[in-house]
Every structure is written in C-alpha cells, then in structure tokens.
Design a protein around this ligand. Structure first.
Ligand SMILES: Nc1ncnc2c1ncn2[C@@H]1O[C@H](COP(=O)(O)OP(=O)(O)O)[C@@H](O)[C@H]1O
Ligand SMILES: O=C(CO)[C@@H](O)[C@H](O)COP(=O)(O)O
Length: 538
C-alpha cells in the first residue's frame, strides 16, 4: 500500500456538463475521484446539460462564474473528505475545447491578490467582461467564418495553416463575433483564455498560456510552426496576440500553485502546474493511445480521434498538435448530436431508463430490418445538417415524430445508435482512417459505461472495442500529463513513462455477421446522408 505521505498527481476536467477530478499515486492507481454536476449541483445558473441555448437556436453559452463556483465546491468537498492536498506534486487539467473566457481589465491584479479567507467565486464576480462564455456547441458565427476564410485565401488554405477550415465553434470566430457584436465588452477585455487555460489560471493565480494542442482548435494557430498565424490574428482582431499571450508546449510546467490555494487548501508550494489542454487531447493521453488505435469518446459530444505523425488537413475534421508527442499531431472528428440525443430518445422511447434502452438494443437485430435514421436535434458539425430523417428498408422517408407505439420504440433506439456509428465510420473512412479487425477501438466518456451501445459500435466498425477502468479518461490523462510534465524536459517520452499504466481491456467483439450487414448498409447510409444534406440546404 502507498505511504500516507507519498506523492499524488491530480487531474481535473472542466467538461460540458461537470467539473471532475481524479488523483493518482506514483503507481498510477486512482486514489480519489470527485465531480460537480453543473445542472443539479449549481441550479442557480439554470443550465441544461451545462449550457444555455439562446432563442436563435444557434448561440450556445455557459456562465463563466458557474465554472468558478464549481471549482470552489469541488475543492471544499475534497478538503472535507480529508484529501491530502499537501501530497500533490503536480497537477494538470483539461477543458471542453473551443470555449472562450474574456477576462475584464484589472482581473490579473485580482488573481494575484486573492484572500484565502474567501472563495474564488465571491472574489472573481467582476473579473469577466463577458459573463456568458461561448462554448463548442455554438454555431452562430457563420459570417465570421466566411470572413476568416476569405482573408486566409480560402477554406483549404486556412486548413493548411490551422489544421481546420473555419468552424463556427472555433475560438477565433467566436472572438470576432464578440468584437463585432459587443464592442464595449471587447474593449474592456485584457486577456482571452480557452476553458483549459482559464482553469490553469485559477490554479496559478495568474494568466496561464494556451497550450499548442487546445490552441489548435481556434483557427488561429499555425499547427506546423506552433505560433499564432499573423494572417488569422489580423483577420480576427487588432492586438489579438497581446490578448492571447504566447502559446506553450502542452508539457510545459507553468509554475507553482498559487499562494491563495496553498493557504486555503494546504497545497504545497512545490506543487507544479502543467499546462492544461483540451478534453479530447487529454483523453488521448489518458488512454495512452498508440499509433493505429482509434479512440471514440462518447461524452456530451461524440468524437473520434487518433495520433498522427504527419498532418494531413482537409475540409472535414481537424488536425491538432499532439498533447504528448512534441512533434506529433492528432486527428479529430466531432459530432454534436451525441449523448444528449441518446438521452432524448431514451426519455421518449424508454421511460428515461438506460436499462430499457439497452434491452432495446439487445432485442433488435443487426441492421434493424433496414430501418435507418439521422437524428440531428441541433445543427450537426459532421455533416452540417439538421433535423430528424428516418428511412425504411426501401429508402422511403418515414413520417417524422410518430409517437410510440406507432413506431416500435426498440427500432427507434437501434436506428439512432446504428445511425450514429455508421456516421462515425463513414466520415472516418472518408478521411482515410481505415478501421479493420486489427484496429483497437478505445471507447471512453459517459456512454462507454453502456455495454450494449459498445456492442453496436463494435459491430458497425467490425473491430474489437476496449475500455479503460475509468470512463473519465480526460481527467486521468490530465493526472498522467501532470506526472509527465515533471520529467518531459529531460526527454522522457510519455508512453515510456506510462508503460505500466493499466492496459485497456477488450469488452466487445464484433458479431460474425457484422460485415455482411454493415458494409452494404454503410453504402446506403452514405447515399441517404447525401439526400439529407441536400434537404438541409433549403
Ligand atoms: N449507462 C449509460 N448509457 C448511455 N449513456 C450514458 C450512461 N451513463 C451516462 N451516459 C451519458 O454520459 C453523458 C456524460 O458523459 P461525460 O463523458 O461525463 O460528459 P462530459 O465530459 O461531456 O461532461 C451523459 O450526457 C449521459 O447521456
Ligand atoms: O468540440 C469538441 C471537440 O472539437 C467537443 O468534443 C468539446 O471538446 C466538448 O467535449 P465533451 O464535453 O463532449 O467531452
């Protein structure tokens, strides 16, 4: 057993619906886990799924003070549970990607003068020029995307520089929108953070640098030079470089924990803070992803990502700097209609029960008798389409929203989950990421606790699916990154250091008949998706 004063490494994740923490010891075993659910534990902010969807249906924000209050609550709770803050040698964290935090003029001073007798939330009340931070679910910055692409010389040129064509949720376009629509608030801003670097700033007691990996989700960073792209900065706002600060390597040690946190919670003055990064990059670290593995994260969003040695940007999907390999990259596809859509169908067809949802998957055949569905409750990212589109075995459109039992609820459940995974496979294969029986599919995120959902994933991908013990891989990855940050400068590689980390375990194998069912179904799905896209354009 670990000594009572042996070192700990702490990982945090400011994700869409909650703030989570995992502490590991030097043997990489988890010793403490905690979380704060925004909707239920901070109801005064009135969020649904951690966000506010505005009346235009496109603007999506989260109250920045909710994240601050969640940190107060989490740390208070850990203190009450007797957590050994003084043993933490290093900490790191992650945040939902792309979200922007606008710090008001004077906030830097407030951060350095925090009183350990009061909580963060009280003291940072007036520190934000924009109270409602735009988050990754936002799709309201189309005009700004068009302008950026034009300035950069086209969508493909922008993708070559930044790893992605212009995406509405990407932070640069959100910054442009705030500058244009709220000039006074923009004028009163002295610093802009990502959710990740905002989290790091709360621990440092001063502004933390944006790391290369999460910085790649802004349409502002040149992913090869790992510097802000002057063309993109100029097209977004004057003096933006000053507002963003210099980006840093994801393994950088930013400094010791703030004296505020030392005094309030008993952190040691020698506890190092390693740069925070995006939640997907942190998950890649948490699963110790090897070349050839494909990760599927089933959090609020569904994402699919993998490590790359050479960037191959295209008009779909993203290339980010790799968070753990200094010269490497990672590819990512993001799907907005993930867990929240599954929850909606669960509530409508399964009386709100995951058990009933799982039984529906168990009780229906692979291929769902030919029924196929596209469930885009909100404007999807990949592909850019909206609405519910259901087709029978003869590709005839089925009337929308027929209340159960007119459409058998179990068919609806399977149509949803098969449709989601057919889409993940289609778009991954279009980017050249082949998935075969030799590929390890590593599943993570809240829905990876559901074995029946993972069985459909395994069947549709015709590949074995693995999980790690903690479905919270972003948090675990942050704890691993904290440990690695202490030695990264001496050249120790992340995967070498983590070679004794628990291996992912196989949880599902594809059914023998899966390729016969899903190979032709994928071709049909691709054709139907084209129809859906054409309909969505009108
Ligand atoms: N047993 C389950 N079956 C399917 N989905 C689940 C199950 N348990 C949790 N989830 C889903 O997990 C989601 C939260 O995942 P999580 O990775 O914690 O999200 P985030 O990190 O984005 O806050 C919830 O929205 C919920 O729909
Ligand atoms: O936009 C993206 C990735 O590009 C999302 O994946 C966000 O990073 C939110 O993550 P979750 O809270 O769903 O894990």
């Amino acid at each position: 057993a670990a000594e009572p004063d042996s070192p700990l490494y702490l990982g945090l994740d400011f994700s869409t619906q909650q703030l989570k923490a995992v502490a590991i010891d030097g043997d990489l075993g988890p010793v403490h886990q905690d979380s704060v659910q925004f909707d239920s534990e901070l109801p005064e902010f009135r969020t649904h799924g951690g966000v506010h969807i505005h009346p235009d249906g496109l603007t999506v924000t989260s109250p920045v003070l909710m994240w601050v209050k969640a940190l107060d609550l989490l740390l208070d709770r850990m203190k009450a549970a007797g957590f050994g803050f003084s043993r933490v040698r290093a900490l790191s964290g992650s945040g939902q990607q792309h979200g922007a935090v606008f710090w008001r003029t004077g906030a830097a001073r407030t951060l350095t003068q925090l009183d350990p007798g009061q909580n963060l939330h009280q003291q940072l009340q007036d520190s934000f020029s924009v109270q409602d931070s735009p988050v990754w679910m936002d799709s309201s910055s189309g005009l700004q995307c068009d302008a950026l692409q034009e300035a950069a010389g086209g969508a493909m040129r922008l993708a070559d520089i930044t790893g992605s064509r212009a995406y509405e949720r990407f932070t640069g376009n959100q910054i442009s929108k705030v500058r244009q629509t709220r000039p006074d608030q923009f004028q009163d801003t002295e610093r802009i953070s990502l959710v990740s670097s905002f989290g790091a700033s709360l621990f440092l007691g001063r502004y933390a640098a944006i790391d290369y990996s999460d910085g790649s989700g802004m349409n502002l960073l040149d992913i090869r030079d790992r510097m802000w792209s002057q063309i993109c900065l100029d097209a977004t706002a004057t003096n933006l470089k000053r507002l963003l600060g210099e980006p840093c390597p994801s393994t950088a040690v930013l400094g010791p924990v703030s004296s505020f946190l030392q005094h309030r919670y008993g952190f040691s003055g020698s506890c190092s803070i390693v740069a925070f990064t995006g939640d997907n990059p942190a998950s890649l670290a948490g699963m110790c992803l090897h070349q050839g593995d494909i990760a599927v994260s089933l959090g609020t969003s569904d994402t699919l990502f993998l490590s790359l040695s050479e960037p191959r940007p295209s008009l779909e999907g993203h290339v980010f700097c790799n968070p753990v390999e200094p010269d490497g990259f990672m590819a990512l596809l993001c799907f907005k209609n993930g867990s929240l859509t599954r929850e909606r169908v669960r509530d409508r067809c399964c009386s709100g029960s995951w058990d009933v949802f799982s039984q529906a998957l168990d009780g229906t055949p692979l291929g769902n008798h030919g029924n196929i569905g596209f469930y885009f409750d909100t404007m999807e990212i990949t592909p850019p389409a909206v609405g519910l589109h259901r087709f029978d075995a003869n590709d005839r459109q089925v009337r929308q929203e027929v209340p159960p039992p007119a459409v058998r609820p179990e068919l609806e459940v399977r149509a949803l989950v098969e449709g989601q995974f057919l889409s993940r496979r289609l778009h991954a294969e279009r980017l050249g990421y082949s998935i075969g029986s030799g590929t390890r599919v590593l599943a993570t995120g809240g829905a990876s606790a559901n074995r029946q959902i993972l069985q459909v994933l395994s069947d549709v991908f015709n590949a074995p699916v693995y999980t790690i013990d903690l479905s919270d891989s972003a948090c675990l990855g942050s704890a691993y990154r904290a440990l690695h940050g202490l030695v990264a400068d001496s050249g120790v590689s992340f995967l070498d250091l983590l070679r004794n980390a628990p291996e992912p375990q196989q949880v599902c194998r594809p059914h023998r008949s899966a390729p016969q069912v899903y190979d032709p179904m994928l071709r049909r799905f691709a054709e139907l998706e084209q129809k859906v896209l054409e309909k969505s354009r009108f």
